[in-house]
Design a protein around this ligand. Structure first.
Ligand SMILES: NC(=O)c1ccc[n+]([C@@H]2O[C@H](COP(=O)([O-])OP(=O)(O)OC[C@H]3O[C@@H](n4cnc5c(N)ncnc54)[C@H](OP(=O)(O)O)[C@@H]3O)[C@@H](O)[C@H]2O)c1
Length: 323
């Protein structure tokens, strides 16, 4: 089968498409023929082994996982003897740590895999699980959101677009902060109010929120603490300048007052099923910026590395088959 591989850490140019052995599913596994996958910020982080300690997970000298790629949508091509939930021909979507930039992917039946939401394309289904899982892990740290005010900073990214939609699902009043070109998009995702960070500094308008969620890792607790209500929380998706966020998160856990958190997401079937349900009921949609054929993975990764994508970047396989 065709897969994107890399044998050294580095820039997108170390990626190439190669013929590799097709996986054989174990008894508890499902073999998926991938129609669409994505390139996300984690993929390009693993690719450069950035930050450096990523190498403890992915191989100290060279990558243990030759094929990157987390999100996928496609059709079940084969199932192991013990599989009961899926059958050959089923349309599925899901997320795993590595390996989705390939024509075929093997996943355990119990992993973060579910039937594709009805009424969605493979491209749409491929572009939802990662951002939504991270946003969900972050939002759950804010406590009950029903009727409470939350601010999402960087609302136009993969995590940001998910956070706006999920916070609305949890009943929050959402203020979304993004650049001028994305104001309409973010409003269309359900934000109650939007702030253009190029025009206005939200930390100086006197408004306060139960949570400020920095979905793009560009803000800091120090700069926005006055915008957080007493007992409220600053949620980060990034280690921050000089990796100050983890120690701050530990310190504010034991000290009274406002807290800081950097949640680690868990990719579960439960979360994928929640996303499926929200998509089928029209309460969640995929935001796709650009689409590339698998062969153009280098260009796709270069674009993701700019940090300017809006929502998600999709790779299509098998001629981009879609319904
Ligand atoms: N915790 C985790 O497990 C985990 C996993 C993956 C990634 N991450 C981190 O999460 C962060 C977001 O990832 P993502 O994939 O959602 O990002 P992304 O999709 O690459 O975010 C890009 C968006 O961010 C906006 N943006 C860029 N600079 C901004 C700024 N200074 N202020 C406001 N918006 C800005 C851009 O819009 P404009 O054109 O308006 O600038 C663009 O739409 C990254 O820091 C990434 O490293 C964390």
């Amino acid at each position: 089968m065709r897969a994107v591989v890399h044998d050294s850490y580095g820039p997108p140019e170390v990626l190439r498409v190669e013929d590799v052995e097709k996986p054989t599913p174990n008894d508890d596994e499902v073999l998926v023929r991938v129609h669409a996958t994505t390139v996300n910020r984690s993929d390009v982080g693993w690719l450069r082994a950035s930050p450096f300690f990523a190498r403890f997970f992915t191989g100290l000298r060279r990558p243990k996982h030759r094929t990157l790629g987390m999100e996928l949508a496609g059709e079940v091509d084969a199932v192991g003897a013990g599989v009961t939930e899926f059958a050959v021909g089923d349309e599925v979507f899901g997320v795993k740590s590595f390996g989705a930039h390939a024509e075929f992917v093997s996943m355990r039946e119990s992993a973060a895999l579910a039937h594709k939401p009805s009424g969605t394309t493979f491209e749409e289904a491929a572009a939802v699980c990662d951002g939504a899982t991270i946003a969900l892990a972050c939002l759950l740290r804010a406590g009950p959101l029903e009727g409470r005010r939350i601010l999402v900073y960087g609302a136009s990214g993969s995590i940001g677009t998910a956070a706006v939609q999920l916070a609305k699902h949890f009943g929050a009043e959402v203020t979304a902060v993004c650049g001028t070109p994305n104001l309409e998009l973010v409003r269309s995702l359900g934000a109650d109010s939007v702030i253009d960070y190029l025009e206005q500094d939200f930390t100086r308008n006197g408004e306060t929120y139960v949570a400020v969620f920095d979905a793009v890792g560009k803000h800091s607790f120090r700069r926005c603490r006055r915008s957080i209500e007493p007992g409220g929380i600053f949620i980060s998706t990034d280690l921050g300048f000089m990796w100050h966020v983890p120690p701050l998160a530990l310190a504010t856990r034991v000290l009274p007052g406002k807290r800081v958190t950097l949640p680690i997401p868990r990719y579960t079937k439960e979360n994928v099923l929640l996303i499926k349900d929200l998509m089928e009921s029209g309460r969640y949609r995929a935001v796709i910026d650009r689409r590339f054929p698998l062969e153009d993975v280098v260009e796709a990764a270069r674009y993701v590395e700019t940090g300017q994508k809006v929502g998600n970047v999709v790779l299509t396989l098998n001629g981009g088959r879609d319904f």
